[in-house]
Write a protein that binds this ligand. Structure first.
Ligand code: BES
Ligand code: ZN
Ligand code: ZN
Length: 485
């Protein structure tokens, strides 16, 4: 979708006015009749939670969005309410196929206006690539802002966030047979041709073998589609001396479970098993486009987990890049194997912090449902607290699980150093403990198995791929970048 946001100083009825404010008395004047104002007042008296009003005038539409939530509150509810209001506008605009409107900004703060627009843009998404006659479709959006105090950087930022979250969602929603590791590599190369500050390297299966990336090699054996290992380096000149951050995203382009084949229920959703990969590529894209003052490297091990003729087997023992031996107890615990390779590879950067993001365990999904990222950290308390507060700012909230050493015993193997499953309990934690074996730097692990892919739409979060992690990483690095100034 093509979006164009410009500032203006006058609102006309033809441009479909959208009036936003904290209070009915603070709306941009002259666009509502006395009757309409008193209608809103009566409605709000009967139901104070009613915040969105739509007047269909046949030749044009008038929208009123009122949000009087208190600003300071611990769950950042007011900002999230503004995003939700933005998404209400998006759903009407999609259904009515309106593509031009003018937002008249009342007495609200920059952050509130920004959140409204963000909710609107993210809510305007729909995945209809394969629908012949989509009910909801916006091809082009032209948004005028009247009375806005957002600066150009904020507007650019909104556009880039919209673009990159859309790309991440599209990747996740694309059927598994279409988005192979090779197809993803092609998309990533295309996407980054317009971003010269990012160096892209795609390691071939041969190079993967030379580097002894045993996890990727084993997992990819059951598929005819070759694996890849993607390296995205954003090391801007003026911050070159600082140690980089490394982001690692799980790129399983379809997870059948392998020889330990998954049951049918929910299997189609396993196209989402590359959501971590999508989040890393899309986040690096925004970070570079916004020219943040921070060094970030993205690593994406990309393959499929299929039960093909030569598929790796339960009982196999792998010798990983760092010499650790791993007994395969279950071929469905494949994500941690390919992430382990990337974590070993990350060591060469001597990173200040490495973060993994992965749809890693059913356990995280079962614990938190769709509403939280399971976050764990080792030796990274400070950045974890910054990340956690970023997560509440963007409403991609992290809930912390412990990484105590007591859990390490659960992944001890009888025949190798460790095994790739930890038993019945604490699955999200034992997976993280497995990953920790391949780190020699501060480490944060984010398990997004719950929030990466949803059954039904919820305000600006669509059904299917959500793009979780993209805004979170951007918010985190934006904070780090500002701290560096
Ligand atoms: N990709 C799955 C995890 C997953 C589950 C993602 C639900 C999204 C939604 C992962 O590879 C997996 O199969 N994990 C197993 C591990 C087990 C065999 C130790 C799981 O969690 O059941
Ligand atoms: Zn699996
Ligand atoms: Zn998986």
């Amino acid at each position: 979708m093509n979006t164009h946001i410009i500032k203006t100083d006058k609102i006309t009825f033809e441009s479909n006015p959208v009036l936003i404010a904290n209070d009915i008395n603070k709306l941009v004047p002259g666009l509502l009749s006395k009757k309409e104002i008193s209608y809103i007042k009566t409605q709000q008296k009967n139901d104070p939670l009613k915040t969105f009003f739509h007047f269909n005038k046949l030749e044009y539409h008038v929208f009123v969005c009122l949000n009087s939530q208190p600003v300071e509150d611990i769950e950042y509810k007011s900002i999230e309410e503004w995003r939700k209001l933005g998404s209400k506008l998006a759903s009407v605009v999609k259904a009515e196929k309106i593509n031009t409107f003018c937002i008249g900004v009342g007495n609200i703060k920059d952050t509130e206006e920004y959140a409204f627009l963000e909710g609107f843009l993210l809510g305007s998404y729909s995945y209809n690539k394969y629908k012949p006659n989509p009910k909801e479709k916006i091809v082009k959006l032209s948004i005028q802002l009247a009375g806005s105090s957002l600066n150009k950087a904020s507007i650019d930022c909104l556009n880039i966030i919209h673009e990159s979250v859309t790309i991440a969602r599209n990747w996740v929603n694309e059927p598994g047979s279409n988005l192979t590791p090779a197809a993803f590599c092609k998309d990533v190369s295309q996407m980054f041709t317009s971003v010269p500050s990012v160096k892209l390297d795609i390691l071939s299966p041969k190079k993967i073998a030379t580097l002894k990336m045993a996890g990727i090699e084993a997992v990819s054996k059951g598929s005819e589609n070759p694996p890849a290992f993607i390296v995205l380096e954003y090391l801007p000149k003026d911050v070159k001396k600082n140690k980089p951050y490394v982001l690692v995203g799980k790129g399983i382009f379809f997870d059948t479970g392998g020889i330990n084949l998954k049951p049918s229920a929910g299997l189609a959703d396993m196209k989402c098993d590359m959501s971590g990969a999508a989040a890393v590529a899309a986040a690096i894209y925004i970070i570079a486009k916004m020219k943040l003052k921070v060094n970030v490297v993205g690593l994406i091990p990309a393959t499929e987990n299929r039960p093909g003729r030569l598929a790796y087997l339960p009982g196999d023992i792998l010798t990983m890049m760092n010499g650790v031996t791993v007994e395969i107890k279950n071929t469905d615990a494949e994500g941690r194997l390919i992430l382990a390779d990337a974590l070993c590879y990350a060591s060469r950067y001597n990173p200040v912090l490495t973060m993994t993001i992965a749809t890693l365990t059913g356990s995280a999904h079962a614990t938190f449902g769709y509403h939280a990222i399971a976050g764990m950290q080792n030796n990274a308390e400070m950045p974890f607290s910054i990340l956690k507060s970023a997560s509440f700012n963007v409403h991609e909230r992290i809930a912390e699980l412990p990484m105590w050493n007591d859990y390490e015993k659960m992944i001890e193997s009888g025949v190798a150093e460790i095994q790739n499953v930890g038993g019945k309990f604490a699955g999200a934690i034992t997976a993280a403990k497995f990953l920790q074996k391949f780190t020699d730097y501060p480490f944060i692990h984010l398990d997004i198995a719950g929030p990466a892919y949803t059954e039904s739409a919820n305000s600006y979060i669509p059904a299917g791929g959500t793009g979780v992690g993209v805004r979170l990483f951007f918010e985190f690095f934006n904070t780090i970048s500002k701290m560096a100034k």
